[in-house]
Ligand binder design. Structure first.
Ligand SMILES: Cc1cc2nc3c(=O)[nH]c(=O)nc-3n(C[C@H](O)[C@H](O)[C@H](O)COP(=O)(O)OP(=O)(O)OC[C@H]3O[C@@H](n4cnc5c(N)ncnc54)[C@H](O)[C@@H]3O)c2cc1C
Length: 422
């Protein structure tokens, strides 16, 4: 069965019931779709002038929707995964997300790294079709409606155009996102509202983020230069990929992949050191042999450039790495330089602000949710997406958990509408 058939066939139609979805990112929109297919009258509220802004931004990098790896490899990407999240992903796994994208005319393919992308490599056509589909299902959209909490009767309170509006739907799905890229709408201010309801939350923190480093002026001059095909190591884990030198530090795929333990170490110790293997495909023995050859009249820089084919930015990093170890590069022999190139230390001093992070760690603790993703303290109110307390690296894991929890919250809301007392 396709996604559309499954969601249209789950039980009989519900009539005369309303749902408010607060937050029109992918978690809110998939919840809206599932509820509308069940016959519920759905309204999506969002504070921005248009929906899905962060989803659109994700499309700039090709829209990595999910990952093709098997569940035993996939689930550990969420670290010590909460059973609720595990169940949600198992109930709406990568294959289901791909089937959904197919149903939207956005057929997907598996890239060389196992990541899954729509063939068009962007969000805009998919989002356009989705919003049309939701409109056809009767979903109403209220833009520029900022959720501000609850009124004296416990109804949802919105501000729109300077006016207050109270809404009393039968069920609510909160899908307000994290706090990264706040200019796209998810500003994390909902934490104040939920704290007033005594809902336990882990602090919102940047993840898949960059870090600051105490660069010299020379390295700052290489801002924007990539370090390609490197292996970054921290805390016993190594990740192959790419990093980018920024004016203040390092960012990029390999850095994001280890950002969670690096962030935690910086918070605990005020700084930490990662190591970079700049030539992971060349063995130490081979590199030592190359760098121990006589260099004749060549300058050290020329010799290293020709022997290693490393970029000027990478060689600068090696020089600074040598200084960090207490020696000038010119004082080292070939074997020592090879050893350094295979493990350049980079001292990271701080975490880049959440405003520039790809995603947010922290949020509503899973212990606050029942098995239908309903907030135990506020019956009839469900939560989904990045506002829940999970984190994962880039690679499609963020959108997969976002969609899966959106579907889980909607199915929980449907069950609640069918059996309000259970
Ligand atoms: C640059 C970038 C690239 C990314 N690339 C990828 C990728 O390739 N693959 C991947 O898996 N993930 C990617 N992500 C992450 C992914 O986009 C997010 O995980 C996902 O959008 C989270 O969905 P969400 O629905 O939970 O929240 P969001 O998409 O953040 O949506 C939340 C919505 O709630 C609204 N809102 C917030 N507060 C209020 C309020 N008080 N009142 C009313 N409305 C409110 C916001 O306006 C917003 O529309 C990327 C993120 C960024 C920033």
């Amino acid at each position: 069965m396709t996604f559309t058939e499954i969601e249209s066939a789950t039980g009989g139609k519900i009539t005369g019931k309303t749902a408010a979805i607060v937050g029109g990112g992918p978690a809110g929109l998939i919840a809206a779709e599932v509820l509308a297919r069940a016959g519920v009258t759905v309204t999506v509220y969002d504070q921005m002038p248009s929906l899905g802004r962060k989803f659109l931004m994700a499309g700039r990098g090709g829209l990595n929707l999910t990952h093709s790896e098997e569940m035993p490899l996939f689930l550990p990407r969420y670290g010590d995964i909460d059973p609720l999240l595990r169940t949600a992903i198992e109930a709406f796994p990568p294959a289901a997300l791909r089937a959904w994208a197919d149903s939207m005319g956005a057929a997907t393919f598996v890239g060389s790294s196992g990541r899954v992308f729509p063939k068009v490599l962007k969000t805009s056509p998919l989002l356009r079709t989705w919003l049309l589909r939701l409109g056809n299902l009767g979903v109403k959209v209220k833009l520029r409606h900022r959720w501000e909490g609850f009124d004296g009767d416990g109804n949802l309170r919105f501000m729109t155009n300077g006016h207050e509006l109270s809404v009393a739907p039968d069920v609510v799905v909160l899908a307000l996102g994290g706090a990264s890229w706040a200019k796209l709408g998810s500003d994390g201010k909902w934490t104040d509202i939920l704290a007033a309801q005594r809902i336990a939350m882990a602090p919102l923190q940047p993840t898949n983020c960059g870090f600051t480093a105490a660069w010299s002026e020379v390295l700052r001059g290489y801002a924007g230069q990539p370090l390609k095909r490197i292996s970054l190591s921290f805390g016993g884990r190594s990740v192959r990929g790419e990093a980018m030198i920024t004016r203040d530090g390092l960012e990029g795929g390999a850095v994001y992949a280890l950002s969670s333990p690096i962030r935690d170490a910086i918070h605990q110790f005020g700084g930490t050191t990662v190591t970079i293997d700049l030539l992971p495909d060349v063995t130490l023995a081979k590199l030592s042999e190359r760098l121990s050859a006589p260099r004749g009249k060549q300058s050290l820089s020329n010799f290293l450039r020709k022997a290693t084919h490393l970029s000027p930015a990478a060689l600068s990093l090696v020089r600074e790495g040598a200084l960090l170890k207490g020696a000038a590069l010119s004082a080292l022999n070939g074997k020592d330089i090879a050893t350094l190139i295979k493990a350049v230390p980079v001292k990271l001093t701080g975490v880049q602000p959440i405003a520039t992070a790809i995603s947010t760690a922290g949020g509503i603790r899973f212990s606050e949710l029942d098995e239908g993703f309903m907030l135990k303290r506020t019956p009839g109110i469900f939560a989904a997406g990045e506002m829940l307390d999970w984190e994962a690296p880039t690679g499609g894991y963020l959108l997969q958990a976002t969609f899966a929890t959106g579907v889980a919250a909607a199915r929980g809301a449907i069950e609640f509408l069918r059996n309000p007392s259970s």
